[in-house]
Design a binder for this molecule. Structure first.
Ligand SMILES: Nc1ncnc2c1ncn2[C@@H]1O[C@H](COP(=O)(O)OP(=O)(O)OP(=O)(O)O)[C@@H](O)[C@H]1O
Ligand SMILES: [Mg+2]
Length: 335
């Protein structure tokens, strides 16, 4: 067996310096990361960031151009068949055969993978229960709702008891309630022992579902960590201020000891502070008032995943396609 040992015992995916170009366009630009056995790991990034390209290389659908990728102990280039046997996949676009019933679809998939009859029948029962589609077992898949179709796709991806389940945008296009229920199913699958690699452009999804997140933009990983670690890099609290002279306010406040970083936005300024915001605010207000600056809005909050994303990419997810354009004034070196 041309097996390559992962660098760490608990790593189930190891990716090193991955690059991928479509013609002269580099969609993946030197990506390295590790997914640990048993975790839920997310790629969070906007449209066109390169998420599906990375997934497609890992599931051996796209051939690897440059770098290295090991999945479940197998090299995606040398051992593609072994990789395929170790994984389950749910694609970004729904791929169900619409003229089969729920049960037939899973049965067909099991046969495709040469699962013995008893094993595949038992597995179908188990999975329909897991994704709560038992009542729909004899329904044509085309009659299912969007959320049910997604659940069926997840069940199909799990038929062969994969070590890793790849989910490309698992809740795209679903309503908020259905999305939350999907998270519960995904967590249930993970509790069964399946490692999950998912991509998303939903902040809350990455935040609530993942053990660790990599923020990806323009084919590069910008930062990786747990939700808590990522938020913590932005300091303890965020303070939004609207004043009648933001440029002056910024100059006055950037030297306050508690201020880790200060950013000018179109509508005001944002301060990241290393201390409890409620303790820092009085000093900020005094400083501005002493200089005759009027404050019209004050807003104190804990950093969210949205804040993390905006900070590291310089844009909001809905500004898709725009070049980073941030006015950022670094006070202390970023971690
Ligand atoms: N087959 C292809 N031929 C040419 N360019 C491609 C192809 N597939 C993807 N791209 C380009 O590569 C970049 C990355 O695409 P990719 O599908 O990996 O992004 P993504 O992060 O999955 O985006 P989305 O959130 O929209 O699914 C995009 O600019 C895209 O236009
Ligand atoms: Mg995609």
């Amino acid at each position: 067996m041309a097996e390559t040992a992962p660098h760490r015992d608990d790593a189930i995916i190891v990716v090193e310096n991955l690059e991928h170009s479509y013609g002269s366009f580099r969609a993946v630009d030197g990506i390295s990361f590790t997914v640990k056995k048993g975790e839920i790991f997310s790629f969070l990034g906007p449209n066109g960031a390169g998420k599906s390209t990375v997934i497609n290389i890992l599931i051996t659908l796209l051939s690897l151009q440059k770098g290295k990728a090991i999945v479940a102990g197998y090299d995606v280039t040398g051992d593609a068949q072994k990789v395929r046997e170790s994984i389950g996949i749910v694609f970004q676009d729904i791929t169900l055969d619409r003229d089969m019933t729920v049960w037939e679809l899973l049965e067909f998939h099991g046969r495709l993978y040469d699962m013995p009859v008893k094993e595949r029948r038992d597995r179908i029962d188990e999975l329909l229960k897991l994704v709560q589609l038992e009542a729909k077992r004899d329904e044509l898949s085309k009659r299912l709702s969007g959320g049910m179709k997604r659940r069926l796709e997840i069940a199909r991806g799990l038929m062969t008891r994969p070590q890793v389940l790849f989910l490309d945008e698992p809740t795209i296009g679903l309503d908020p309630q259905t999305r939350m229920r999907m998270w519960e199913y995904i967590k249930g699958v993970n509790r069964e022992g399946t490692t999950i690699f998912l991509t998303t452009h939903y902040m809350d999804e990455a935040d609530q579902l993942s053990d660790r997140i990599s923020i990806i933009d323009y084919g590069k990983i910008i930062i990786t960590g747990t939700s808590w670690e990522l938020k913590n890099t932005l300091g303890r609290d965020l303070i939004y201020l609207k004043t009648d002279n933001n440029a002056n306010a910024l100059r006055l406040l950037e030297h306050l000891p508690a201020v880790r970083e200060i950013t000018e936005k179109s509508k005001g300024i944002v301060l990241m502070v290393n201390e409890d915001g409620t303790k820092v605010l009085p000093g900020i207000i005094d400083t501005l008032r002493n200089d005759g600056i009027e404050i019209s809005t004050i807003n104190l909050k804990k950093p969210t995943m949205d804040d993390v994303f905006v900070f590291y990419t310089g844009r909001e997810l809905r500004d898709e396609g725009q070049a980073p354009a941030r006015a950022m004034f670094l006070r202390a070196g970023r971690r």
